[in-house]
Design a protein around this ligand. Structure first.
Ligand code: V47
Length: 354
């Protein structure tokens, strides 16, 4: 079979190949994806000790899939003070947290400096903490709201101490699906352009894909290929993260949800299609911890981190609200036959927990 020959030779896969990969059985896919992962990293599984912080849930946009933002189904608007955020970072850093992952909603009441001063204060007080903050959706919102170009906004982020950008807001790039699930939010081209500009400043970022709602398998392949093209140009993506759609407390009407098998296939296919993005992350807060551990055999080499508090997936039904303890996390990776490696936010190895 032509496709199997391409997989054996390592030839680059195209759209048609990607769609056909989904028709292969799970174990054939696993064999190829696992071999690629093993070649790159052996049995190492990367994680970091991180803290997710979501300083406000007040949002000008209305994405049908979102249960985090304050709306009729979640009438609980909040804005944290900078002191509250600093206290969280201080407590976290005492526990060994090395990265804060800060994502908010698109709040048009607090002003640009509320966002930027928060990063500046964190960096001033905790210079060694890596700040991963502002999705391209937030960058787009803030730039437009405050009359800045994307480049000016990115320069402000860098001046304020943001180190890298998370991969959120990508959802599904296909314009028709995007219009249906999150009309009005950052467009696909804008999302890609913001990451392009960020990479051109010599910075790294991640890329996500929200799947298991109304998109087709073809839409997922198209999404991955748009990322692969940008990565060919810039080399700035560290990792790709398929996010499983969570169905509670939102406005998206979905009939068929993603199965464990479909999740594992998507991880494996991402490893095979994205031959230029080094890391494939099984984000356990969206897949469940058990499935993320299995995904280590399907091409995933990264399990994100301990998280501590998670508000976006858990608002929509995931059991991830309180993160996971470091000892348990390490134990689970070892028990599943892999070697936990604590990494920093840029994938430098910090310690091997053999
Ligand atoms: O962009 C929102 C997603 C994302 C739902 O860069 C939902 O390392 C599932 O981007 N069901 C934010 N997903 C989270 C994110 C992220 C997470 C972990 C690591 C990184 C990284 C980035 O959460 C949003 C959106 O796609 N989301 N609602 C939902 N109902």
């Amino acid at each position: 079979m032509e496709l199997i020959k391409k997989l054996q030779s390592g030839e680059r896969l195209d759209y048609e190949d990607g769609v056909r990969l989904y028709e292969l059985d799970l174990f054939t896919l696993a064999d190829f994806a696992h071999a690629r992962r093993q070649k790159l990293y052996g049995n190492k599984t990367y994680f970091n000790i991180n803290r997710h912080i979501n300083p406000t849930n007040i949002c000008k946009d209305v994405c049908k899939f979102c249960a985090f933002s304050a709306n009729r189904k979640n009438p609980n608007p909040y804005v944290m003070s900078h002191e509250e955020v600093l206290q969280i970072v201080e407590d976290a850093s005492r526990r060994g947290v090395k990265e804060v992952h800060i994502v908010s909603a698109h709040n048009d009441r607090v002003g640009l400096d509320w966002y930027l001063d928060m990063f500046r204060k964190i960096k001033d007080r905790f210079p060694s903490i890596h700040i991963k903050a502002l999705t391209a959706a937030e960058v787009n919102f803030l730039a437009k709201e405050h009359g800045l170009s994307f480049e000016q906004m990115i320069d402000r982020m860098i001046q304020s101490g943001v180190d890298s950008m998370p991969g959120g807001g990508a959802e599904i790039f296909d314009e028709e699906v995007r219009d249906y699930i999150c009309k009005g939010k950052v467009s696909s081209d804008e999302w890609l352009q913001i990451h392009r500009l960020w990479h051109k400043k010599g910075r790294k970022s991640n890329a996500t894909m929200l799947f298991g709602h109304v998109e087709s398998r073809g839409h997922r392949i198209d999404h991955m290929l748009r990322l692969r093209d940008l990565q060919d140009e810039t080399g700035g993506f560290n990792c790709f993260i398929p996010l499983v759609y969570q169905k509670e407390n939102n406005y998206l009407k979905v009939q068929n949800f993603v199965t464990g098998q479909e999740y594992l296939k998507t991880i494996a296919i991402a490893r095979l299609i994205l031959d230029n993005i080094p890391h494939i992350k099984a984000y356990w807060a969206s897949s469940t911890l058990n499935l993320a551990l299995v995904a280590q055999e399907f091409g995933a080499d990264d399990l994100d981190g301990t998280i501590e508090r998670e508000a976006i997936q858990s608002a929509a039904g995931a059991a991830s609200k309180y993160g996971v303890g470091l000892d348990e996390f390490v134990h689970l990776i070892k028990e599943s036959g892999f070697v936990p490696v604590e990494r920093d936010s840029l994938y430098n190895e910090l310690r091997v927990l053999a």
